[in-house]
Design a protein around this ligand. Structure first.
Ligand code: ADP
Ligand code: MG
Length: 348
């Protein structure tokens, strides 16, 4: 017989609420790395270095040469909802930074041991500081250091036993991080990225470059880079522009890649992917071949909702069907043009 006794409602402890919220934002090391890298880019860093132990499960260290953090900000840095990027709700309409909700560092500090060292241009010294559960431990310690910020995350999920069990191997976690950094490096080709496993050679090393294709060459290889064709689309009424590159009809890669950035955010779009991969390339490429696609789309920010959960990557935007159709048409034109030339050559 079911117990129908109503239960008393209580207000959860702040520490419980915080840890539950943190678990939603950081599901795997890659979520941490992405948040931290976005912070470096927001801080205008030109160089970002990432060093991992055990695919980030043991430690993640991120160094940047960005603007650094003011000493006076350090005490509340890892509290929930503390940010330098947003003041009013209305600012969300034209937010130019990746961050705005002030939740990343706080979440990470709830489920790991976080150490940070930072130096601004105008300070003579750097400061080193540790956090636990959102709180600064002791006072910032002055030390020598270069301009920028270095954050070390150790023992991620040490207090979330279930996450430790469900996470994949450090091999898989590293692969996810590699994929994420590769994509950010291509899109942010004016920033140099280094990714490596502690004590090993660089897995990714890019230089400040002239175009995304230079980075594709470094990370994904010559075969991909040599096959790339530039594409562009845009429409004033639909208020969007797209620039990117697509592998040509001769490309024979087996592993499809879709690097999609909308307003500089790494996102996914089922509709666009279907239009390009299934509806378009399937008619041009053999079944076993998957294209490599990089697209950077800029849409009037008023037409895209950025206020979704940080781990939700699927986007939707106004006039989606029309924009997708428009992009598909341009990609098709570029692809068929080169396909025709190829046919002509091979028939001669
Ligand atoms: P958000 O990015 O949404 O503001 P975060 O928790 O990611 O929230 O970061 C909180 C604040 O810490 C940022 O607003 C920024 O002022 C500062 N910060 C974090 N990382 C860096 C960094 N690498 N360089 C400079 N400032 C940083
Ligand atoms: Mg952030």
């Amino acid at each position: 017989i079911m117990d129908l006794e109503p239960q008393k409602i209580i207000k959860l402890d702040e520490s419980v609420v915080n840890r539950i919220a943190a678990g939603e934002i950081v599901q795997a090391p890659v979520n941490c790395v992405k948040e931290l890298v976005e912070n470096c880019i927001d801080a205008k860093a030109k160089h970002i270095q990432i060093i991992l132990k055990m695919g980030g499960l043991k430690s993640i260290q991120i160094l940047d040469n960005g603007c650094g953090i003011l000493k006076e900000n350090l005490p509340i840095l890892c509290e929930r909802f503390t940010t330098s990027k947003l003041k009013n709700y209305e600012d969300l309409q034209q937010i130019g930074t990746y961050g705005f909700r002030g939740e990343a560092l706080s979440s990470i500090s709830m489920i790991s041991r976080l150490t940070l060292q930072t130096k601004t241009r105008d300070e003579i010294l750097a400061y080193k500081v540790k956090y636990d559960n959102g709180n600064m431990i002791g006072n910032p310690m002055p030390c020598a250091g270069n301009q920028g910020t270095s954050i070390t995350i150790e023992d991620l999920f040490y207090n979330v036993p279930i996450r430790q069990k469900t996470l994949k191997s450090s091999f898989d976690e590293f692969a996810k991080i590699f994929d994420c950094i590769a994509k950010y490096a291509v899109h942010n080709y004016k920033i140099s990225f280094t990714l490596k496993k502690h004590g090993e050679n660089n897995s990714i090393k890019t230089q400040i470059s002239e175009s995304p294709i230079d980075i594709v060459r470094v990370i994904y290889g010559n075969e991909v880079a040599n096959s790339l064709l530039k594409v562009q689309a845009g429409d004033e009424n639909l208020k969007f522009k797209m620039e990117g590159c697509i592998s040509n009809a001769n490309y024979s890669g087996k592993k499809g890649q879709f690097l999609l950035f909308i307003n500089h955010r790494l996102v996914e779009s089922k509709n666009l992917k279907k239009a390009i991969f299934d509806d378009l390339y399937r008619t041009v490429l053999p079944n076993t071949v998957q294209p490599f696609i990089y697209m950077s789309i800029e849409i009037d920010p008023r037409n895209v909702d950025v206020n979704v959960s940080p781990t939700k990557h699927e986007v939707s935007f106004l006039n989606e069907d029309l924009i997708v159709e428009n992009i598909k048409k341009e990609v098709e034109a570029v692809l068929l043009k080169t396909n025709e030339t190829r046919k002509m050559y091979t028939q001669q």
